[in-house]
Write a protein that binds this ligand. Structure first.
Ligand SMILES: Cc1ncc(COP(=O)(O)O)c(C=O)c1O
Length: 361
């Protein structure tokens, strides 16, 4: 059965049809074992095969150096907003944050329970449409780490380079951009990403951690939140989300089969360029993000005539273009163009937008 809608939702997002079909085919009987993946004990050789395969695939795709741990943990990215300071403060009292949108704001807010925050730069004045020039950043030489959100999923703003922060551990929330492009992992202390956009079903977060930056956690840190213990326990201090781990492995294989992250980036750029070019050429649709920092994953836009928004969304749904409504805090529209969204899907969206505009004039 083919998909009946094109899902532009920001997450949980659409997954490639091939991996859904594979999961369906293997659902009741994984590789002739007579068991579903969900019924495999996490300490068995069968699950070890699944877990190790997923980790190796991710290491291959992102070229992750040997001196990095890869953790597959239960829970979402928000959990890491607290767990990061627990692990990285290591006696320091302040941490640097780049404030570029809703997700960096949430990360800061949760971190303030454990540490002082130094706001290196803030996009607030521009209403989160640009990123402050690096020459105006106020980095604290005594910070425990520097934290930023690579792609602001709600605001539609994405970094186009890796921030240069010297020898301080650089932490990046890549929840909505991981696997959409190549990254130089060696520049980072920690990369983390919840799965529900480019990786797989919600419920798991993947962390890529430079071994050398880990140390004592703060007092009362639960064992499950201690990255060193999780690494020693191969992310299995307790029962991991088995099915998610299996699904993310399928996703990594799919990316490999489709040319890896370099090919994903080329396709994602073609998709986002098609949509941005169309928006820019029209006076009916608006996107105010600084063109240098426009997100390749989440294209936000609004209508010049705001009162037509509901109509736009209703008609889009009737045309099988699903979940284009912007985040509840941002309003307007948002088209999420993660790896699984085919280029033909974006063409269909643009055709619909053109037709909607035509019928309004
Ligand atoms: C960039 C970013 N960070 C963090 C989160 C929060 O993830 P979770 O809901 O898994 O906690 C999201 C969710 O959409 C996100 O887009």
């Amino acid at each position: 059965m083919s998909r009946t809608i094109l899902n532009f939702g920001a997450g949980p997002a659409m997954l490639p049809e091939e991996i859904m079909l594979q999961a369906q085919a293997e659902f009741m009987d994984w590789q002739g074992t007579g068991k579903s993946v969900m019924e495999i004990g996490h300490r068995t050789d069968d699950f070890k095969t699944i877990a190790e395969h997923a980790e190796q695939s991710l290491r291959d795709i992102l070229n992750i150096p040997k001196d990095y741990h890869v953790l597959f943990l239960a829970g979402g990215a928000t959990q890491q907003f607290s767990v990061i300071p627990m692990n990285l403060l290591q006696g320091k009292t302040s941490a640097d944050y780049l404030h570029t949108g809703i997700w960096s704001a949430k990360a800061m807010l949760l971190a303030t329970r454990y540490t002082d925050i130094n706001i290196v730069c803030s996009s607030e004045q521009s209403n989160f449409t640009t990123i402050t020039d690096v020459n105006d950043w106020q980095l604290d030489p005594d910070t425990a780490y520097v934290y930023y959100t690579d792609n602001e999923t709600v605001d539609g703003l994405e970094f186009n380079t890796v921030p240069d922060v010297g020898n301080v551990p650089l932490v990046s929330d890549m929840t909505s951009s991981i696997l959409s492009k190549p990254i130089d992992v060696s520049r980072y202390g920690i990369i983390f990403a919840a799965a529900q956009k480019n990786i797989g079903p919600a419920g798991m977060t993947i962390l890529i951690i430079n071994k050398s930056i880990l140390g004592e956690t703060i007092k009362f840190t639960p064992d499950l939140f201690d990255y060193r213990l999780q690494a020693q326990g191969k992310s299995m201090l307790n029962t991991p989300p088995i099915f998610n781990w299996y699904m993310v492995g399928l996703m990594f294989d799919w990316i490999k089969q489709h040319g890896g992250v370099a090919a994903m980036e080329r396709s994602n750029l073609r998709k986002s360029t098609l949509l941005y070019d169309f928006i820019d050429a029209s006076s009916f649709y608006i996107n105010n993000i600084d063109s240098r920092y426009r997100s390749n994953m989440n294209v936000v836009f609004s209508l010049n005539e705001e009162s037509l928004t509901e109509d736009f969304l209703t008609q889009a749904e009737s045309n099988r273009l699903h979940a284009l409504k912007g985040h509840r805090l941002a309003g307007g529209m948002r088209a999420s163009l993660y790896n699984a969204m085919p280029e033909s899907g974006v063409k269909q969206l643009v055709d619909f937008m053109r037709e909607f505009e035509r019928t309004q004039s």
